[in-house]
Design a protein. Structure first.
Length: 281
């Protein structure tokens, strides 16, 4: 079931984000540190991955977990010498599940933001995608100021939502959906005129045979993504930072990105304003 359209102010969106972060923080005191050695000792790595984000993470035709993040998570588990247990996460529950100890760490295709970095510990970026507006082919949408003429969909709880509220004119009608899959489906089914989100939405549009009816309108922003651990899990953080650095150098991450996303992986930063990737600040 889809949610009714809401036009919200910037203050409400920021307030909602603050509430989410506060709720996540309330779990943090109960979380136990997880180290690579502890994961090896138990023999299983419980990894939070989204399963509604083709091609990042999704359920394949045979019911198997598949996608870019799945391959990354499997490679991490292989290097740790353990079995992998996938915990399905969403944009709304991934931070609470991490800080509450339900997962050992996240491989979530999650945008790195200063607000989230106050609650969780990011590793250096391993992936990226452009934040893009997709719309009906005949919709005259060329820039942010055009958005108010149309109904725009977005994934609730994602980094796309506050960005849309920030860049769209105040009178823009915004519809929010529970995940990426329902956001794209809302566009394809005519519930909205356009959506703001991942550049990979185009792969879904093409896969469903709708690329003649819907297309990419314009790029809104860069988007850098990071794996995450709990605050204080410094050994696990060091392991993941080393993992990303090594497999950037040897081309493994580039090859996996090309395989799943269909384009070359961008050169990613190792520092970002307001975000500490060392866990020491």
């Amino acid at each position: 079931m889809f949610n009714t359209a809401l036009t919200v102010s910037r203050s409400k969106v920021l307030g909602g984000l603050a509430a989410m972060l506060l709720a996540a923080t309330s779990f943090a005191t109960a979380a136990l540190a997880v180290t690579p050695e502890e994961i090896k000792a138990k023999g299983t790595a419980t990894i939070g991955v989204q399963m509604d984000q083709f091609p990042w993470g999704f359920i394949g035709a045979k019911g198997e977990n598949d996608g870019f993040d799945i391959d990354i998570a499997k490679l991490i588990a292989k290097e740790l010498g353990v079995e992998v247990k996938f915990e399905r996460i969403t944009g709304q529950n991934r931070i609470p599940l991490l800080v509450n100890g339900n997962v050992d760490f996240l491989v979530p295709s999650m945008t790195i933001t200063e607000e989230r970095a106050k609650v969780i510990q990011y590793a250096i970026p391993y992936s990226s995608n452009d934040i893009t507006v997709w719309g009906k082919t005949d919709a005259d949408i060329k820039a942010n100021e055009d958005l108010s003429k149309f109904v725009i969909g977005v994934n609730r709880g994602s980094a796309f939502e506050p960005l849309l509220v920030k860049v769209a004119p105040k009178d823009t009608q915004i519809k929010r959906f529970d995940d990426d899959a329902t956001t794209v489906q809302a566009l394809l089914s005519g519930q909205v005129d356009a959506i703001l989100g991942s550049v990979t939405y185009g792969l879904v549009i093409k896969e469903t045979g709708n690329d003649a009816l819907f297309g990419r309108k314009y790029k809104v922003s860069d988007n850098f993504q990071g794996m995450a651990v709990r605050k204080g899990d410094l050994e696990m953080l060091d392991f993941l930072n080393d993992f990303v650095a090594r497999h950037t150098a040897d081309g493994t991450l580039d090859a996996l990105y090309k395989k799943w996303i269909g384009v070359d992986r961008a050169k990613l930063p190792t520092t970002l304003p307001g975000v500490d990737f060392t866990g020491k600040q």
